[in-house]
Design a protein around this ligand. Structure first.
Ligand code: SAM
Length: 386
């Protein structure tokens, strides 16, 4: 295997060069490195820097006391970037021996011996042994087998990546139910469904440890779901958190969708608009999936850090910040297809909805999606009239 040095942010990391062969994905290399995740890691630097500022302003912790763990570290890149670019202590862990050796080599390359520690353990063992202020889990595929240990370990912020989008979004229904103990629906808003299934699973895992949560930033691409959760200790906060859990009703006949808040609920199966039989997804997180003030803080951090994906990251976080807090977006193209009309520009539709007195916004999930408080019957009339 050949190796090369890559630079992300201000961090230099030695990574394997996989053969230029489609049959050889990054996961087949002795140590994993996926350049497509640079955006995810750039946002991680900005979000962690913003969160550390909040921790320091609370005056309960000194910078030197803050402990971050990159529990699935591979080359070490995520933790090294946090130690070097955010300036807090990072533990980088991987159970693979090649990865462990590479992490130690990359610590030396960056001169970060004082600010880092390499560990060679099962992530669940490490997370059950030690508490960290910030726990970052970025495993292969699903994070579900690690959420319990991560919830036990975390004090202040839990960051989670999930790349098993098919189970999360309902495309692999049985796998989704097995991994997340929730029923997803494979609708046109499947990407938001996946995020809310993951957030719901995190809320329930944290709740077992009497910890509540508040999502600070979340974003979804075709390949992965990523979220940053502020952790709120105590039974009271946990009970408050669980009030944002519930179910989502979807009518496959007319497109009606609606949230039902609460876990102990009675749900009617007939659609309130057309009377047809509805489908029910859940339990899910129905609360906001980001905090607008935190998005602004992350955008400010993106400005000051030298990052290759800065513009893309700013655009993504800005879209996410400006979305309405109404669960389950609509897709303009799906509605237009049903009505047999052509789609206008998405901004024209949003302006038309607003002109009729409704709230409306775009979403970060796709260029053709929108959120609104308008009922589905009104949405269709407005689209027909455009
Ligand atoms: N965070 C890395 C990055 O940003 O480049 C990528 C991590 S890669 C997706 C997952 C890593 O987790 C692999 O290096 C694998 O060896 C390691 N791993 C998988 N299961 C593990 C476990 N249970 N405990 C510790 N490490 C594990």
């Amino acid at each position: 295997m050949m190796y090369k040095t890559i630079v992300e942010g201000t961090t230099k990391v030695l990574v394997p060069v996989p053969p230029q062969d489609a049959a050889f994905p990054p996961s087949a290399a002795p140590v994993f490195y996926n350049p497509e995740m640079e955006l995810n890691r750039d946002i991680n630097v900005a979000a962690t820097a913003a969160f550390v500022k909040r921790l320091l302003s609370g005056k309960k912790l000194l910078r030197e006391e803050i402990r971050y763990v990159d529990a699935f570290s591979a080359s070490g890149i995520r933790g090294l970037r946090i130690a070097g670019e955010v300036g807090i202590h990072a533990t980088m862990n991987d159970w693979n021996s090649d990865a462990f050796e590479m992490i130690k080599e990359n610590i030396k390359i960056n001169g970060l011996e004082e600010k880092t520690l390499a560990t060679h353990k099962s992530a669940n063992v490490l997370l059950h042994e030690q508490k960290f202020h910030i726990v970052d889990i970025d495993p292969f595929g699903t994070p579900s087998p690690f959420l319990d240990a991560a919830s036990a370990s975390v004090r202040n912020m839990l960051s989670v990546t999930a790349t098993d989008t098919a189970p999360l979004c309902g495309a692999h229904l049985k796998a989704g139910i097995r991994k997340y103990a929730a029923v997803p629906l494979n609708t046109e808003y499947h990407s938001e469904m996946g995020l809310r299934v993951l957030l719901g699973a995190c809320a329930r895992e944290l709740a077992k440890h009497e910890k509540g949560m508040l999502p600070l930033i979340s974003h979804v691409t075709r390949h992965y779901v990523r979220t940053y959760l502020k952790v709120l200790p105590g039974a009271k906060q946990t009970d408050k958190t669980l009030k944002s859990m519930g179910f989502s009703i979807h009518c496959p006949t007319c497109g009606f969708r609606g949230p039902v808040y609460g876990l102990a609920v009675h749900i009617k199966n007939d659609c309130p608009v057309c009377g047809s039989f509805t489908q029910i997804a859940g339990p899910l997180w129905l609360g906001p999936f980001r905090e607008q003030a935190f998005c602004d803080e992350v955008i400010s951090e993106l400005e000051v850090h030298p990052l290759n994906t800065k513009d893309k990251a700013k655009k993504l976080i800005t879209f996410s910040r400006d979305e309405l807090d109404i669960p389950m977006f609509y897709d303009q193209h799906v509605i237009c297809k049903e009505l047999g009309v052509s789609a206008t520009g998405i901004e024209i539709l949003i302006e038309a909805l607003k002109a009729h007195g409704f709230e409306a916004s775009r979403t970060h999930f796709s260029g053709t999606s929108f959120r609104t408080d308008a009922p589905i019957t009104e949405i269709k009339e407005i689209i027909r009239a455009l």
